[in-house]
Design a protein around this ligand. Sequence first.
Ligand SMILES: [Zn+2]
Length: 286
Amino acid sequence: MQNYIFSGIDYTMYDLTNLQEDLNILYAQGAEVFDIGYTLLGRPIPCVFKGSKEGGQVLVHASIHAREWVTTPLVLEMMKNYNGKGGIWCVPMVNIDGVLLCQQGLKSIGNQSLEEFLLDVNNSSFDFSLWKANARAVDLNVNYNARWGEGAQNITYPAPANYIGQYPFSEAENIALRLLTERVKPSVTLSYHARGNVIFKGFSCLDPNKEGAQLISNATDYPLLDSFDSTGGYKDWYVATFQKLGLTIEVGDNDIPYDKLIDYLPSIYDKNKDVLDIASQIALEN
Ligand SMILES: [Zn+2]
């Protein structure tokens, strides 16, 4: 696997050691680093805050889908380079258990009955590199309370992707992100996913702050798409609940395998390098 240096860190994969190194860099810069809750397997879910708590706030999260873990070093690099006034709250790896399962396989689980369950869900394959869900085979981004279960792709039994869970907010990772969102009451949320080089906005008939969405589309060169069919996602729930600007940003070319996206991190970062400054400006005005 290719190695390269990004921001002083040598990545081949991006695991918890890399995450801790990035959090240490941000802490040394003066950022607040704290946990918002725990995953199903008891791993603390970190959050980084930078800027001022006065005025409109921005909340960004990444890696709610396991195989899209390239979004974690992306948002942390964005945080390291953010020096604006407005407050930015960043949850860089919502689905830690899923990311580690995707990267390391069943040895990351450490619970025999759960390992047997996951192996069964994964059609007896030990290759979890395309896994999207958490360690209970729930797809966290269809588990939010926004037309929950109405999506065309939704599945009602445990699966590597698209299983909605037993009820909305059944998963610890989503409760943690919901509580942070309700506490911060951000004016803008950014949900980082891979792939496609597009931005999805709105929910059902709601399309708040079209101008703000357009500014971020212009800065990234990612076209803006309406997401009428999307249900149960974080962005869907945020837009429905707060009626403010929530965007799902899909990074990376569709023809690059998920586990190779990290090789393209510098060019992905380049497209997104102004997003936090712009989002913060939008938040301060709204
Ligand atoms: Zn995704």
